[in-house]
Design a binder for this molecule. Structure first.
Ligand code: PEP
Ligand code: MG
Length: 852
C-alpha cells in the first residue's frame, strides 16, 4: 500500500491524513470524518483543488500511483468534492475499470444479466460524460446482452473515432480530465457564481473503490436519513434497492424495498436486521460527531454494509428550525450555534402559507413582492366587492390601481391584494405586511380595466371578475388558477429557537402595530413593545370615517371640536385596548400624519353619499374636497403641519392617550405612553406641539386628580430633521427614524409611484436595489448616521430607533446596531425574522471578537 506521503496533491483518506475542506472539498473532508468514526468506508483517494486544476491544464498525476491503493484490477467511482456542495460539480462516474476482461470475470461471479447491465451502463456513461458523444446513440436497452454491448462498443468506435478504452489507467485519466475541464467551463462557472461561489472556487475529486451492490448474497444500494426533510420530525426514511448501484434506489419507478418494517412489503429491517441496526448506529454516530442531520448513501455487498457517502440533509425551513433545536436540545451543538444555523429569511416560509415548490406555475403578472405568503381566490376589483365576497365566505383577491384608506375594509376582506402602482412603502404594501396579507404592488405587465373588471395579460389572455387566481406575494407573481400550497408551520421549536435568539440579541425589536389585531400578533411574536402606532389607521372604520369627515368639513374651531369630542372616547378606547394587549410594554403612538384629503371620497358617488350624510349640497362637498386636495400631498399639509394648523386634532389625541393611561393605571398597569410627532423639519414645530401637549397633560391631571408620566419624541423622516437632530433632540426624549419618508425625500422619489420604473432602474444598475426595500446605506444611511450622532451629542440619553419598513431587514438591523440604535420597529410578521437576524449579528460579532 502506498504511503500518503508518497502522494503529491492527492492523498489516501485515512484518519490522520492532512485534509481540509478548503483544500480537498467538503465531500473528502466528510469521508475522512466517517473513516475516523470507523465506519466501513471503501478505500478512497482525495485529489486537491490544485491537483484538479492541474489536470484541467493537462498535468495528469501518475495514474498507476493513483490506482495503487486499490489492489489488482479494481472498479472505481469518481465523485466531485467542491468546497460548498451547493456550488454543484460534474456528475459522478461509476465502474471505472470495467472492460472486456472484467466483464468476463463478472459473468463468472454474478451471472450474465448483472455483468451485462453493469458493462453496458459504464459504456453509456463514459460515452456521454467523458467522450461527450450523443446520448441517443447509447440508449440503455431493457435487457442488455452481449449483442447490445457489442453494438454500443461499435457505436463508440465509430462516433469517437477511436475504440472504447480497455485500459483502466486510460479510463481513469480521461474521467479525471473531463470532470476537471467541466468545472472550468463557462456555464458551470456562471452557474456556481450565481450561487455565491467565488470566481476561483476550487473542485476536488474523490476516487473510491467501487462497492458493486450486485452479488449472489444480499446486495444492493440505498439512501437513509433519520428525520423527515419537510417537518424535521425524527423518522427513518429512505430507500433500498436490491442489486443496484449509486442512487438507483431513488428513481421513482424502481421497486425499492422499505427500510423499516412495513405492512405493505418486505423491509431491510426484517431482511437484514444486523445491517439495519448498523445503519441506525452509524446514523446516530454521524449526527453526534458531524454535528448535523445527515443523509447517508450506503451499499450492501454480499450481506456486508459499506458507507459510501454522507451529505447534509437538504431540508425545508420548518425542518431547519426543528433540526437545529433538536441538535441543541440533545447537546450536540450549543444554543448559539443552533441560532446561527437558521437563515432568518427562511422564517418567512414558516410564518405564511406558500405556493408549494412542486406546483405548476402559470404566471399572468409580475410585480414587486411587497408582502410574503400566498393566497388563492376570485378576482375582485373594488373594496366593496371584496366585502361582498367575504360576506358569502368566498375567498377573493383584491386588484386595484392602488389602494387608499377607503380600501382598508376591502383589504381586510380579501385574501391578497395586487396593485398596479406603488412600491415597497406604498399604502397597499404597508397594510398588507401589517395584516400578514400576501401583496404584490407595481404590476406593470398587464392592462387593468377597473371599469370593465378585467385584466389583460401581456400574452393577450383576459381574466375577469370571479376568475380564480393565486397570488404569490413571496415571489411577486400572480398565477392563473388555483395551485397547491404549503401551509404555514409555526410550532414550539420556532418559539424555542427565537427564545434562545433573544438571549444573544443586543438591539431591541418592536412592532409597528395600529390595531388590536396587529398588537396581538406583535405580542405573539414577542415584540418588545410597539414602536409605531399609526393612529390615522384607527379612523378608517366606517363609524369613525364619518366623524372624521364632519371634522374636516367643520366651519369653525367650535364645530371641529364638537366632532373631535365624538372621536375622543373612541380613541381613548383604542389606546386602552393597545395598553391592555401590550401589558405594560412600551407603546409609541404617532400623532395624526396623513393629508386630510385621504379621508374624503374621490368618486362622484362617494361625494354624493357624503353630501347626503352631512346634509350639504353636492356642489358644496365637491368644492370643499377640491379645497383640501393638494398638488403634492405627501409634501403638503400633513404630519406636524396639520398639528400646527388644526391643533385641536393633536389636543384630542393626546387627551385620549392620557385618559387611557389613567384608565390603565386604575386597572393596575404602569404605562408611560410615548407620543411621537411626525414629519418634523424644524425645532420650533416641536416646541409648539410640546407646549400644547403639556398643557393638555396638565389639564387632564387637574381634572382627574391622577398623575402620570409620558415621553415625547420626534419622528425623523425629513432630511432637515436628520441634519438638525441636535436642535430637535433638546425637546425630544426619543428620535425614531422614518426611513420610508426619509428615503422618499432623500431621493426625491415618490414612494407610491417608484414601482413603475424601479425594476428598470435596478436592472440598469442605477440603484443596486430598490431603496424602499433595502436601506440605502450611502445616502439615507448617512443621514441616519448624522441624525443619530447629532441627536446623541445634544442629549446623551436620547432613545434612537428606526420605524420605517426597513426596520425588519437584516442589513438595516446591522446598520442600526453599528450606529448605536436602541431598537428597530417593523411589521408584526417581520418581528421573528428581525429577532433572529439581530441575534445572529450579535453572535457573529462576539465570535469575531473572540478570534481577535
Ligand atoms: C416612515 O415614513 O418611514 C414611516 C414609518 O411613516 P409612514 O410610512 O406612515 O409615512
Ligand atoms: Mg412617514
Amino acid at each position: 500500500m502506498q504511503k500518503h506521503s508518497d502522494f503529491k496533491d492527492f492523498t489516501l483518506i485515512t484518519p490522520t491524513a492532512a485534509m481540509s475542506a478548503d483544500t480537498y472539498g467538503g465531500r473528502a473532508k466528510c469521508l475522512q470524518r466517517l473513516i475516523r468514526l470507523e465506519m466501513p468506508v471503501p478505500t478512497t483517494i482525495a485529489l486537491s483543488f490544485a491537483c484538479v486544476k492541474g489536470i484541467a491544464a493537462g498535468q495528469m498525476p501518475e495514474t498507476s500511483v493513483l490506482l495503487s491503493p486499490f489492489g489488482q484490477s479494481p472498479l472505481l467511482s469518481v465523485r466531485p468534492s467542491s468546497q460548498d456542495k451547493d456550488w454543484g460539480g460534474p456528475s459522478a462516474i461509476l465502474n471505472i475499470g470495467m472492460n472486456d476482461a472484467r466483464h468476463v470475470e463478472l459473468i463468472n461471479r454474478l451471472g450474465d444479466p448483472l455483468a451485462d447491465r453493469l458493462y453496458q451502463r459504464f459504456i453509456r456513461s463514459y460515452a456521454i460524460h467523458v467522450a461527450r458523444l450523443d446520448p441517443d446513440d447509447f440508449e440503455l436497452p431493457e435487457t442488455p446482452n452481449r449483442d447490445t454491448i457489442k453494438a454500443a462498443l461499435d457505436a463508440f468506435d465509430s462516433e469517437a473515432g477511436t475504440p472504447f478504452p480497455q485500459n483502466p489507467q486510460v479510463q481513469l485519466a480521461e474521467v479525471l480530465r473531463s470532470m476537471a475541464r467541466a468545472w472550468e467551463g463557462t456555464t458551470a462557472r456562471l452557474l456556481r457564481q450565481a450561487k455565491g461561489a467565488p470566481a476561483d472556487a476550487g473542485l476536488g475529486l474523490v476516487i473510491q473503490s467501487m462497492a458493486l451492490g450486485l452479488g449472489k448474497a444480499e446486495s444492493g444500494s440505498g439512501v437513509i436519513q433519520f428525520v423527515d426533510e419537510i417537518t424535521g420530525e425524527p423518522l427513518v426514511k429512505g430507500r433500498y434497492l436490491p442489486q443496484s448501484q449509486g442512487r438507483d434506489a431513488l428513481q421513482a419507478d424502481m421497486p425499492s424495498m422499505y427500510l423499516t418494517k412495513d405492512s405493505r412489503g418486505a423491509s431491510l429491517e426484517e431482511k437484514l436486521p444486523n445491517v439495519f441496526g448498523d445503519l441506525l448506529r452509524h446514523g446516530a454516530q454521524g449526527r453526534q460527531f458531524l454535528r448535523e442531520e445527515m443523509q447517508m448513501e450506503f451499499c450492501i455487498q454480499d450481506g456486508e454494509l459499506l458507507i459510501l457517502d454522507s451529505v447534509r440533509l437538504p431540508r425545508s425551513s420548518q425542518a431547519a428550525v426543528r433540526i437545529a433545536v433538536a441538535l441543541a436540545d440533545d447537546g450536540v451543538i450549543a444554543q448559539p450555534e443552533a441560532v446561527l444555523r437558521v437563515e432568518p429569511r427562511a422564517l418567512n416560509e414558516l410564518l405564511h402559507r406558500q405556493v408549494a415548490s412542486t406546483a405548476t406555475r402559470d404566471p399572468i403578472a409580475r410585480g414587486i413582492p411587497a408582502s410574503p405568503g400566498a393566497a388563492c381566490g376570485k378576482l375582485v376589483f373594488s373594496g366593496t366587492d371584496a366585502q361582498a365576497h367575504a360576506a358569502q365566505e368566498e375567498a377573493c383577491i383584491l386588484v386595484r390601481p392602488e389602494t387608499t384608506p377607503e380600501d382598508i375594509r376591502g383589504m381586510h376582506a380579501a385574501q391578497a391584494v395586487v396593485t398596479e402602482r406603488g412600491g415597497m412603502t406604498s399604502h397597499a404594501a404597508v397594510i398588507g405586511r401589517g395584516l400578514g396579507l400576501p401583496c404584490i404592488v407595481g404590476v406593470s405587465n398587464w392592462t387593468l380595466d377597473v371599469g370593465a373588471k378585467t385584466i389583460t395579460t401581456a400574452d393577450g389572455r383576459v381574466f375577469s371578475e370571479g376568475d380564480l387566481v393565486t397570488v404569490d406575494g413571496t415571489k411577486g407573481e400572480v398565477l392563473a388558477g388555483q395551485v397547491p400550497m404549503r401551509e404555514a408551520a409555526l410550532d414550539n421549536t420556532f418559539q424555542t429557537l427565537l427564545g434562545w435568539a433573544d438571549q444573544f440579541r443586543d438591539i431591541g425589536v418592536r412592532a409597528n402595530a395600529d390595531t388590536p389585531a396587529d398588537a396581538v400578533t406583535a405580542r405573539n411574536f414577542a415584540a418588545e413593545g410597539i414602536g409605531l402606532c399609526r393612529t390615522e389607521h384607527m379612523f378608517f372604520e366606517a363609524d369613525r370615517m364619518s366623524v372624521m369627515r364632519e371634522m374636516i368639513f367643520a366651519d369653525s374651531p367650535e364645530d371641529r371640536k364638537a366632532s373631535l369630542d365624538r372621536l375622543l372616547p373612541m380613541q381613548r378606547a383604542d389606546f386602552l385596548q393597545l395598553f391592555d394587549i401590550m401589558q405594560g410594554l412600551p407603546v409609541c403612538i404617532r400623532l395624526f400624519d396623513p393629508p386630510l384629503h385621504e379621508f374624503l371620497p374621490s368618486s362622484r358617488e362617494g361625494m354624493r353619499e357624503l353630501a347626503e350624510a352631512l346634509d350639504l349640497a353636492l356642489s358644496d362637498v365637491t368644492r370643499r374636497v377640491e379645497a383640501v386636495s393638494e398638488f403634492n400631498p405627501m409634501l403638503g399639509m400633513r404630519g406636524v403641519r396639520l398639528g400646527l394648523t388644526i391643533p385641536e386634532i393633536y389636543d384630542v389625541q393626546s387627551r385620549a392617550i392620557f385618559e387611557a393611561t389613567i384608565a390603565a393605571a386604575r386597572k393596575g398597569m404602569v404605562i408611560v405612553p410615548e407620543i411621537m410627532i411626525p414629519l418634523v423639519s424644524a425645532k420650533r414645530e416641536v416646541e409648539i406641539v410640546k407646549k400644547r401637549i403639556e398643557a393638555v397633560a396638565a389639564a387632564v391631571r387637574t381634572e382627574t386628580g391622577a398623575d402620570f408620566d409620558f415621553k415625547l419624541g420626534v419622528m425623523v423622516e425629513t432630511p432637515r430633521a436628520a441634519l438638525r437632530a441636535g436642535d430637535i433632540a433638546q425637546h425630544a426624549t426619543f428620535l425614531s427614524f422614518g426611513t420610508n419618508d426619509l428615503t422618499q425625500m432623500t431621493y426625491g422619489l415618490s414612494r407610491d409611484d417608484a414601482g413603475r420604473f424601479m425594476s428598470s432602474y435596478v436592472q440598469q444598475g442605477v440603484y443596486p436595489e430598490d431603496p424602499f426595500h433595502t436601506l440605502d446605506k450611502d445616502g439615507v444611511g448617512e443621514l441616519l448616521q448624522i441624525g443619530a450622532e447629532r441627536g446623541r451629542a445634544a442629549r446623551a440619553d436620547v432613545t434612537l430607533s428606526i420605524c420605517g419598513e426597513h426596520g425588519g431587514t437584516e442589513d438595516s438591523i446591522q446598520f442600526c446596531r453599528a450606529a448605536g440604535f436602541d431598537y428597530v420597529s417593523c411589521s408584526p410578521f417581520r418581528v421573528p425574522v428581525a429577532r433572529l437576524a439581530a441575534a445572529q449579528l450579535a453572535l457573529r460579532d462576539s465570535l469575531k471578537d473572540r478570534k481577535t
